[in-house]
Structures are given as C-alpha cells and as structure tokens.
Design a protein around this ligand. Structure first.
Ligand code: BTN
Length: 246
C-alpha cells in the first residue's frame, strides 16, 4: 500500500478528517495523524480521550474492493496489525473481539472503523488509538486501561509506533483484500485472541445482553456465542466483557 501522510498538531478527530478527505476524493492509503485530538471518538459513540503526546492517533482512508459482507474483517486485520506492533516492543497482547487490544486484560489500544459513500464508491476509514502514556488518564479509565509506558517502563516515540503500525497494517490489509484472504485473516486473528473460543462472556447489545461461551467466528468475522440453552448467538456488533468463572 502506498501511504500519503497528513500531519496535524491538533485536530478534532483523525477519523472525522479521514472521512472528510475520503468524500473529497482522497486515494486509498492517505493517513491522518495528530499529536492531539480534541474530539477523539471511540466505538458506540464514546469519547476517546486523546491528550497531547500521550497516544498515537491515526486514521487511514481505504477503498477496499471486497464483497461488502467481508468489510468487518478489515477491522480484525487492523487489530492484528496493532497486536504485532505491540508484540514487537516485547509486550504480550490479547485481542478482545472485535478489536480491543489488551495487556493483562487492560485496554491499551482501540480501533474504530467507519464507512462513508463517496463519488468513487464506498470508503472505509480505520482509526487506531494506542496509549503511549497513562500519566494523565482520567480516573474513569485508570483501572481498566494501560499504556506502553506503564507496561515497559519507557516512553516510546509516536513516530516509532506510527512506522510499525502502518507497515503491519499494509501487510494485513493486503491479505484481507486478496482473493483467498478472508479465511487467512480469521486464522491469523484466531491465534492472537484468547476470546476466539471457550471464553465466558457477557455481550451487551443495544437492548439486551447475552451470556455464554465464545465459539469461534463466522466467515464474515461475527462472533459466535453459545448460550446455556445450547443456541448460538451471532454477534455483529456489541460490547464483550469477560466473565470470571467462580
Ligand atoms: C474504541 O476502542 O472505542 C475505538 C477507539 C479509536 C480511537 C482512535 S484514535 C484515532 C482515531 N480518531 C478517532 O477519533 N478515533 C480513532
């Protein structure tokens, strides 16, 4: 993938900017990176607190030529890229479906994929946020989130992370968009996520929550959860929470 870079000192949200650029006709591979976001956004309408120099905030414009039903696999591929970036620093990450990156069950990175219609067809933006430092974490996330600095005891330059995550992203994006890539990405995801199978979870959906044991992924990346009554729920979007077995 050929990358073009747009750098900002401060921006509302790199994802919002990437969507804007996509609607203006940006090519695949444009990425936006900022030192700080003033309105960083997370999944399900949540905010992504993005203080200056405390995280990597990056969003890539994509124009994937794959069947729309496989688009969720792009977010799985992005999670794998972040996983590899962190593993390269000596960390032992895990991926919680669909794409929260955890270290010892604390969140260190998140991914938000959004789509928009453009004159050139559907565009996808993948936004990646990786916590570099947790010194100024708000108290609301202090016990559930972590950062590279907290885990390895030194501050890693955001430029180093940017180089690594874009390299891995390019690699796994090529796989997911290749002819036989869908199965490959599922296999790659499976071996990096303890949530793939056999994990006791609660999944919070818009109007209900489901409790069960994870039971693999569907071909399009949806999570299978086997409930107590034996039925399998197919989860396309939801918040997964690990339940401790007592
Ligand atoms: C989540 O786990 O809720 C997803 C968080 C995604 C945050 C990143 S930071 C860069 C990009 N710009 C945004 O506004 N959000 C994403």
């Amino acid at each position: 993938m050929n990358f073009t870079i747009l750098r900002f000192d401060s921006i509302d949200s790199t994802n919002a900017e990437a969507l804007k650029q996509a609607r203006r006709g940006a090519d695949e591979g444009l990425y936006i990176v900022a030192q700080q976001q003033t309105a960083g956004r997370g999944r399900h309408g949540r905010a992504w607190i993005s203080p200056r120099n405390a995280g990597l905030y990056l969003s890539v414009v994509l124009r994937p030529k794959i069947d729309a039903k496989y688009l969720p696999l792009i977010t799985l591929a992005s999670g794998i890229a972040v996983y590899e970036t962190l593993a390269g620093l000596g960390l032992k990450p895990d991926i919680k479906w669909p794409n929260d990156i955890l270290i010892n069950e604390k969140k260190i990175a998140g991914i938000l994929a959004e789509t928009t219609e453009t004159e050139m067809g559907l565009a996808v933006t993948v936004g990646i946020g990786i916590n570099l430092s947790s010194r100024n974490f708000p108290s609301t996330i202090a016990s559930t989130a972590t950062s590279i600095e907290a885990e390895i005891g030194r501050l890693v330059a955001s430029s180093e992370l940017e180089e690594s995550v874009t390299r891995f992203f390019g690699h796994f994006y090529e796989i997911v968009t290749a002819g036989d890539g869908q199965q490959k990405i599922l296999r790659e995801w499976r071996r990096r996520s303890s949530y793939f199978k056999g994990k006791s979870v609660r999944v919070t959906l818009e109007n209900e929550s489901i409790i069960g044991i994870t039971d693999g992924l569907e071909p399009n990346g949806a999570l299978r959860v086997r409930k107590d009554d034996g039925d399998v729920a197919i989860i396309h979007a939801g918040d997964v929470e690990r339940l401790r077995s007592t």
